[in-house]
Write a protein that binds this ligand. Structure first.
Ligand code: NAD
Length: 485
């Protein structure tokens, strides 16, 4: 079988591709056909050490460059990504199975946005001057040092850039470990950064399963860990980082509510709910998978939703007309199918979908349940697939209480024409990122992240600069020391 996407080697360290075939095999399977498209190796302790050592060494001189000089390199990398968008999008589609119709617009391009945005900010990362009578103090915003980035599998290029760009802008270096499910795209980000002029070692990529991630997190040279993954993994990584007093950003899972009041524009609300459940075959952390629909419009909402879902074009992700691809893996599909079975067994009403699609690849039908109650498994656990649950509600107070009845708090949305109600409701939602008459927008200028078990810290925006840097305070006495001794 031809390997379509085999990189030169598994790891990218100190500006070069490196292999160590002693590492456990990582098979890359194209989710749309089940074909093996590449074979890589998990990092051995020798590879982990090489990556950390090289990044630690490279960070010192990188942090001595002016922010403008660092930013120029990031912006150049952004330009290269945009020039190669199609090629990178095709790779993203092979890695994840997401349709090219999506990857051409949201993956490499959002990575380029992050490099451009943080490249632009790099020259403005400053402290402040604090007058104290004759004395004064100043603060400097300094790098943390060596940072570790660990990615989930749903947005491999974007996650590498959302972590790498602010880290590098602040003068840090990074060792990035992609998900073992989608190891290919981050290697290209490392290659492009080098081509744009980044010094060797400043952004190293090593492959591996959870044990490699754990080895990186526990290393005492590492000052900061940024993880995108499940809440379960997040708790382990946070605990390990805490024992070394490391900075963390935790971008974890969600079970977010989307509340649709009966004064909403129904077609708009359906569009929002579709984006919140079917985009990327439902494999989006911030998805609004608990859709609360006010009783007055529930029937029309479900009828029109089913009609619009029936028109979704499912199939070959490389065909630009395709709107809905396969699940990332056979395992993820079977996890989602188990949830669908539980939904049926616990009494939810299947409105559409619910089945595996016959043929090659890990396809599943877009699935909608109604008559879902708050106690059902599908109402409580993150499914991470194209399964939407519809709940009926009567009034605002009731729906807010039910929406917040979860340990997770990544996102939340409200559709209504009543502007005061919209703001009142998002004020009450226990969620880090909220949407009014929209869903799942994530421009780089805006902070993104969760509360409760969905994580700590924020990605994107100026907030990310604070999470990838630390303050140093310098007190300056202008006169004599006033000492009682
Ligand atoms: P996961 O938690 O299984 O794995 C995430 C990453 O952590 C992988 O690279 C994995 O190898 C690594 N890992 C696993 N155990 C580890 C350990 N003990 N120490 C260090 N690293 C370890 O998650 P996944 O299945 O890849 O991704 C899906 C999850 O990610 C979902 O819960 C989804 O909601 C979440 N997610 C969150 C965001 C966000 O921004 N909040 C974005 C995308 C995905």
């Amino acid at each position: 079988m031809t390997l379509k996407c085999q990189p030169k080697a598994s790891h990218f360290i100190d500006g070069e591709y490196i292999e160590d075939t002693d590492g456990k095999i990582i098979e890359c399977i194209y989710p749309a056909t089940g074909e093996k498209i590449a074979e890589l190796h998990s990092a051995t302790p020798k590879i982990v050490e090489m990556a950390l050592k090289s990044a630690k060494l490279a960070q010192r001189s990188w942090s001595k460059l002016s922010g403008t000089d660092r930013g120029r390199i990031l912006r150049k990398a952004s330009d290269i990504i945009r020039e190669r968008n199609r090629e990178l999008s095709i790779l993203e589609t092979y890695d994840t199975g997401k349709p090219l119709q999506e990857t051409l617009y949201v993956d490499a391009t959002s990575g380029a946005d992050a490099l451009e945005y943080f490249g632009g900010l790099a020259g403005s990362i400053t402290g402040e001057h604090i007058p104290l009578g004759d004395d004064w103090a100043y603060t400097k915003r300094i790098p943390i040092g060596l940072c570790v980035g660990i990615g989930a599998w749903n947005y491999p290029t974007q996650i590498a850039c959302w972590k790498g760009a602010p880290a590098l802008a602040c003068g840090n270096s990074m060792v990035f470990k992609p998900s073992e499910m989608t190891p290919l795209c981050a290697l290209k980000v490392a290659e492009i950064l080098l081509e744009a002029g980044a010094p060797k070692g400043i952004f190293n990529v090593i492959q591996g399963y959870g044990d490699v991630g754990a080895a990186l997190v526990s290393d005492n040279r590492v000052g900061k860990v940024s993880l995108t993954g499940s809440a379960e993994t997040g708790k382990k990584v946070y605990a390990s980082a805490a024992s070394g007093m490391k900075h963390v950003t935790m971008e974890l899972g969600g079970k977010s509510p989307l509340i649709i009041f009966d004064d909403a524009d129904v077609e708009n609300a359906i569009g929002g709910a579709m984006l919140a459940n079917m985009y990327s075959t439902g494999q989006v952390c911030s998805n609004g998978t608990r859709v609360f629909v006010q009783s007055g419009i529930k029937e029309v909402f479900l009828k029109r939703f089913a009609e619009r879902v029936a028109k979704i074009k499912i199939g070959d992700p490389m065909d630009e007309k395709t709107q809905f691809g396969p699940m990332v893996s056979e395992k993820q599909r079977s996890i989602v199918m188990d949830y669908i079975q539980k939904g049926k067994a616990e009494g939810a009403k299947l409105i559409c979908g619910g089945n595996i699609i016959d043929g090659d690849g890990w396809f599943i039908e877009p699935t909608v349940f109604s008559e879902v109650t708050d106690e059902m498994t599908i109402a409580k656990e993150e499914i991470f697939g194209p399964v939407m649950s519809v709940f009926e509600f009567e009034d605002e107070h009731e729906v807010i209480t039910r929406a917040n009845n979860t340990d997770l708090g990544l996102a939340g949305g409200v559709f209504t024409k009543d502007i005061q109600r919209a703001h009142r409701v998002v004020d009450e939602l226990e969620a880090g990122t909220c949407f009014i008459n929209s869903y799942n927008d994530a421009p780089v200028e805006v902070p993104f992240g969760g509360v409760k078990d969905s994580g700590v810290g924020r990605e994107n925006s100026k907030a990310a600069i604070e999470h990838f840097s630390q303050l140093k305070t310098v007190y300056v006495r202008m006169g004599n020391v006033d000492s009682p001794y």
